[in-house]
Design a protein around this ligand. Structure first.
Ligand SMILES: Nc1nc(=O)c2c([nH]1)NC[C@@H]1CN(c3ccc(C(=O)N[C@@H](CCC(=O)O)C(=O)O)cc3)C=[N+]21
Ligand SMILES: [Mg+2]
Length: 281
């Protein structure tokens, strides 16, 4: 079974559009983009396009590549204090000179639609999620929509990033899976991967996950964003071989990526409903 994240995201965006209409709200999402990285520019454009589709206004703040931490913090603070802005997304990665940690911590948790603020990550890890990072939350939505059970299952997450691996593990744990997080220093990685009923790969290497690392009947979720030798977008998984062995698998493109954006829209609507305007001076 192919887990069609693209189709599911379209369906979720349609539903969300109606919910926003019915609520009589016109939420706004602000994106902060520092520098001119073409991939980051493309992602931000995709987010603004999704906003337009569902009736969310978007404000794009663009800062030069040379911007200082102070300048990025000032932009975030203005958005924190702007009652018209429901959600704030600081596009990552930021240029190396900028203190990413400080910037993420400057975003008001109530506007942190990325779910990267330590307060929101802490709530997720304590089993009381508020805003949850969009990629892993989108993956949970895929699993739920396709009726894939997590309770008691062996889930193996390969990758320990703050945006994907760690929150993915927390979500699966909250959903009663038995969770293993693997990373670049993990020993006997293929043997651990073969134990997985649910295997989530967020490694960042094309064709890393081969059929012999996958248990017969496993659910395989591919979070990779890579390019093959021809420059074509591909995930971490050797899709053609692994799909013969998996019971269900997400493709790249058309799997996790579109669900990340749909979830961002859902988080922004949530923020708009919850936010009474807070001023921080
Ligand atoms: N603060 C922040 N929040 C993010 O959520 C965030 C970020 N920074 N930095 C970069 C990553 C990456 N990301 C993607 C979103 C959509 C697709 C997506 O829709 N991909 C399409 C393909 C798009 C294409 O054609 O390249 C797909 O997989 O079908 C992929 C990747 C969000 N990110
Ligand atoms: Mg990552």
């Amino acid at each position: 079974m192919i887990l069609d994240g693209k189709a599911l995201s379209e369906k979720r965006l349609e539903i969300l559009k109606e919910q926003i209409e019915d609520a009589g709200l016109y939420p706004h999402l602000a994106t902060v983009l520092v520098g001119q990285d073409p991939a980051s520019q493309m992602y931000v454009r995709m987010k603004h396009r999704a906003c337009e589709r569902v009736g969310i206004g978007s404000v794009g703040i663009e800062l030069p590549a040379e911007a200082t931490t102070q300048e990025v913090l000032a932009a975030v603070n203005r958005l924190n204090n702007d009652c018209d802005i429901a959600g704030i997304l600081v596009q990552l990665p930021l240029p190396a000179r900028v203190d990413t940690e400080r910037v993420i911590e400057a975003v008001l948790p109530a506007k942190d639609v990325d779910g990267f603020h330590p307060t929101n990550l802490g709530k997720l890890f304590s089993g009381h999620p508020a805003f949850v990072p969009c990629t892993p939350q989108g993956i949970m939505t895929i699993l739920a929509e396709y009726g894939i059970e997590t309770e008691g299952k062996n889930a193996v997450v390969v990758g320990r990033s703050v945006d994907v691996g760690r929150p993915m593990a927390a979500l699966l744990l909250n959903a009663n899976a038995t969770v293993t997080i693997c990373h670049s220093k993990t020993q006997n990685l293929p043997a651990i991967m073969r134990q997985a009923d649910i295997l989530v790969s967020a490694i960042g290497r094309a064709n890393f996950v081969r059929a012999d690392m996958v248990k017969e009947g496993a659910v395989v979720v591919d979070v990779g964003i890579n390019h093959d030798e021809n420059g074509k977008l591909c995930g971490d998984v050797d899709f053609e071989a692994v799909k013969e062995k998996a019971s269900a698998i997400t493709p790249v493109p058309g799997g996790v990526g579109p669900m990340t954006i749909a979830t961002l829209m859902e988080n922004t609507f949530r923020a708009a409903r919850a936010n009474s305007c807070t001023r921080v001076l």
